[in-house]
Each structure stands twice: as structure tokens, then as C-alpha cells.
Design a protein around this ligand. Structure first.
Ligand code: NDP
Ligand code: GDR
Length: 373
């Protein structure tokens, strides 16, 4: 029998990969998209199906995690077997700028969904996945971080997600709902939002190499993260809802790298080696050597990265490293793509776009301008 899934955040990085994955498994996939003044479905346009065609298996509904009646109506119409709550104001730095909105969407939004499932009597039918995060560990209390490591959130985003984590546990314990938290460490891809650090680097360096931008401005480049590929991580989101009993899992690679490493890898993909000089806010990265033809706009000695304290956070999460052994033992899950392979894929995609833009610019045509990141 065809299963039905409802995905909040379907227009985001994970939502788009998860929708592809579930369609391949034969699911009917419903997603919630926000009303915006311009198109915001680029990541799922390739799987869009004309709703006028019989047996379309992909359907989008207008909605918002801040709107209880909207969520309740959609759940009532869709009657999903599985709900994946991926929707969120997901940018940690932005959560310091908009803490109340972040709490409403990332915290109370989860409660609205859980309560609607209960209110509609779907609690025996519907399984619920909550997009929890390694940001819950914040000021880390134990390394590596596992399911039992105490939480210490360090941002309005993480505090809102902590509320959702416990609400998910509470609905499982109080009402017997099949509800799970995936505590996911950072995961990236060519579809990663342009203002998260990995994509900012791959896109920025590809632009600089093609002469479209002068320099990358970064925050704390000594920050350490456990980076995986979003494709590997959405597979695990689905696996968590296929077990006999609902449980929470850490999803990570178990390997840690610095933001600086990611800059060095990305530069290497473009044929560049870098020299880092100076310290603190005065640190810069200079081109030390160039091979190949991927960076025609650069010469040895060019400064391609500077520090801008604007990108420092009021409270930083300095280091995260996950222990995915529970996921491996109980579900047989292991990441297939390494952080360096992922970096190469991201640079290759961003270079393609940058080359296209450089060609347009060279021929007197408009190209999208670089924007705030
Ligand atoms: P994205 O930022 O790429 O996607 C977020 C999605 O949420 C988008 O579809 C966005 O819509 C939607 N959204 C934002 N606000 C609302 C709202 N008020 N109502 C309904 N939908 C909304 O995030 P990712 O795909 O990277 O992450 C998915 C989830 O996993 C998020 O909850 C994130 O916090 C969490 N997470 C992510 C990790 C990562 O490393 N990627 C790690 C751990 C957890 P729109 O496209 O219109 O902006
Ligand atoms: P994070 O991801 O905060 O871990 O949250 P992000 O890529 O934004 O930052 C990672 C680290 O890089 C440092 N950094 C910078 N970050 C950004 N965005 N821009 C910069 O210029 C910059 N310079 C240095 C940051 O300070 C940080 O230490 C992501 C999101 O996807 C969350 O939704 C998710 O829950 C967590 O990952 C796990």
C-alpha cells in the first residue's frame, strides 16, 4: 500500500533530498511551502508534478509553522503515515537577530504539529520525525557527543530546538506517539543555503576565481564541525521512522574539521594553495600558488580571505564532534560520502555557475550581484 508523507520545510536543503528519496520509495509526498513574493521552490522544481495529471505523487500546500489552523487543516486532509518536521528558521546567527520569531517557528511550531496530530486522533497512525540538532550540545559537556550527552544550548535557535526535542520526547511518553528526534550534526550539499559557512566558502571562492567578487569575509575560521552530506542524512531520517520502537539517534560522521580546513580544501579544488598570515581579526589568506585554469582572475599574492568581526556570534559553539555508533549498531547506518568528497562536489557545482556568470558578464550581460552573507 502506498504510504503518505508530509514534509515541513520541503523547499529547504533536506526537504528536497528527502522528497526525492521518498518518491523513489513509492511514497505519496506532500509538502508545506511558504507564501513568498517570488518563487521559492527551486530545490524541488525538478520533482514537481502537475496536479492536473492523474496519480500525481507530489503535492505542495501553502502553510506556515506559525499557523495552527493551517497545520491542522493540512494534517486532516493529508492523513499522513509519516510527518517529517524539517521546517525551521535554521540559521544560528540569524536567531540572535530574530529570537522571538525563531522560538515561534522552531519551538512552538513543533508543538502545533504534535498537538494537531493528537487532536485529530492521528496519534495511532502517524509517525513523527523531529529535526533536532547538534547545536543542542552547544558548550560541549563531553566529547564525542552521543545520545546521552547533556545539552547546553548557546543560541536562541538551539534553545528553541531544545524545547522541540523535549516536546517530541514528551508526546512519545505521554501519548504513546511514535515520535523520534534525529540529532543531526552539520550536513551540507550543493543545495546548502548560501549563507551557511560551507556554501559561503565554495560559492565565494568560485566567484572570486572567476573575477565576480574580490574577497571572502569570514567569522571564526577556527570553529570545528563534524560535516556530512545531506543525502546520507535524509536516508537516516526515513530509517528512524521504520523501526518497531521510536528512539532518538545521533547522526554524524565521527570526524571533525575546522572552517579553515574547508577553505583550504575548496581552494585546492580550484587549483590554489593558500598562505595564512596575521592573527585574529587581522588574519588574511593569500594565494601562494596556482595550477590549472579554474581561477583565471587570480594571481599569486592576491588576498582572497579576510576576517570580518560582523560574522562572530554573540555566543559561539566552538567544537562539535558526533558519535554515530548507536545508528550504526541499531540501524546499520553509515555515511557514504566524506566531507572532502562533498566539498569537491560543492565547488564543482558552484564553479559551473560562476563560469556561466563570468561568460555573461564578459559579454555585457547582467549577472546576479553578490549579496549579504
Ligand atoms: P533550510 O534552511 O535549508 O530549510 C528550512 C526550511 O524550513 C525551508 O523549506 C524554509 O522555507 C522552511 N521554513 C522556514 N520558516 C518556516 C515557517 N515559518 N513555516 C514553515 N516552513 C518554514 O534547512 P535544512 O534543510 O538545512 O535543515 C532542515 C532542518 O534540519 C531544519 O529544521 C534545521 O534546523 C535542522 N537541522 C539542519 C542541520 C544541517 O546541518 N542542515 C543539522 C541539524 C538540524 P523557505 O524555503 O521558504 O525559506
Ligand atoms: P551552524 O552552521 O551554526 O553550525 O548551524 P554555519 O555553517 O552557519 O556555521 C558553522 C561554523 O562556521 C563559523 N563561521 C561562519 N558561519 C557562517 N554562517 N558565516 C561565516 O562567515 C562564518 N565564519 C565562520 C560559525 O561561527 C560556526 O562556528 C548549522 C545549521 O544548519 C543549523 O540549522 C544546524 O542545526 C546546525 O548546523 C547543526
Amino acid at each position: 500500500m502506498t504510504k503518505t508523507a508530509l514534509i515541513t520545510g520541503i523547499t529547504g536543503q533536506d526537504g528536497s533530498y528527502l522528497a526525492e528519496f521518498l518518491l523513489e520509495k513509492g511514497y505519496m509526498v506532500h509538502g508545506i511551502k511558504r507564501r513568498a513574493s517570488s518563487f521559492n521552490t527551486q530545490r524541488v522544481d525538478h520533482i514537481y508534478e502537475d496536479p492536473h495529471v492523474d496519480n500525481a505523487r507530489f503535492k505542495l500546500h501553502y502553510g506556515d509553522l506559525t499557523d495552527t489552523s493551517n497545520l491542522t487543516r493540512i494534517l486532516s486532509e493529508v492523513q499522513p503515515d509519516e510527518v517529517y518536521n524539517l521546517g525551521a528558521q535554521s540559521h544560528v546567527a540569524v536567531s540572535f537577530e530574530a529570537p522571538e520569531y525563531t522560538a515561534d517557528v522552531d519551538g512552538i511550531g513543533t508543538l502545533r504539529l504534535l498537538e494537531a496530530i493528537r487532536f485529530l486522533g492521528l496519534d495511532k497512525k502517524t509517525r513523527f520525525y523531529q529535526a533536532s540538532t547538534s547545536e543542542l550540545y552547544g558548550l560541549v559537556q563531553e566529547t564525542p557527543q552521543r545520545e546521552t550527552t547533556p545539552f547546553y544550548p548557546r543560541s536562541p535557535y538551539a534553545v528553541a530546538k531544545l524545547y522541540s526535542y523535549w516536546m517530541t520526547v514528551n508526546y512519545r511518553e505521554a501519548y504513546g506517539l511514535y515520535a523520534c528526534n534525529g540529532i543531526l550534526f552539520n550536513h551540507e550539499s550543493p543545495r546548502r543555503g548560501e549563507t551557511f559557512v560551507t556554501r559561503k566558502i565554495t560559492r565565494g571562492l568560485a566567484h572570486i576565481a572567476q573575477g565576480l567578487e574580490p574577497c571572502l569575509y569570514m567569522g571564526n575560521i577556527d570553529s570545528l564541525r563534524d560535516w556530512g552530506h545531506a543525502k546520507d542524512y535524509v536516508r537516516m531520517q526515513w530509517m528512524m521512522l521504520q523501526q518497531d520502537q521510536p528512539e532518538d539517534f545521533v547522526i554524524a560522521t565521527g570526524k571533525q574539521h575546522s572552517v579553515r580546513d574547508f577553505i583550504i580544501w575548496s581552494a585546492a579544488e580550484l587549483g590554489l594553495t593558500l598562505e595564512f598570515t596575521g592573527a585574529g581579526v587581522d588574519e588574511v589568506a593569500t594565494v601562494a600558488s596556482i595550477t590549472g585554469d579554474m581561477a583565471p582572475a587570480l594571481k599569486v599574492g592576491d588576498v582572497i580571505m579576510r576576517i570580518d568581526p560582523r560574522y562572530f556570534r554573540p555566543a559561539e559553539v566552538e567544537t562539535l564532534l558526533g558519535d554515530p555508533s548507536k545508528a550504526k549498531q541499531k540501524l546499520g547506518w553509515e555515511p557514504r560520502i566524506t566531507a572532502q568528497e562533498m566539498c569537491a562536489e560543492m565547488v564543482a557545482e558552484d564553479l559551473k555557475t560562476a563560469r556561466r556568470h563570468a561568460f555573461l558578464k564578459a559579454n555585457g550581460m547582467d549577472v546576479p550581484v553578490a549579496y549579504e552573507s
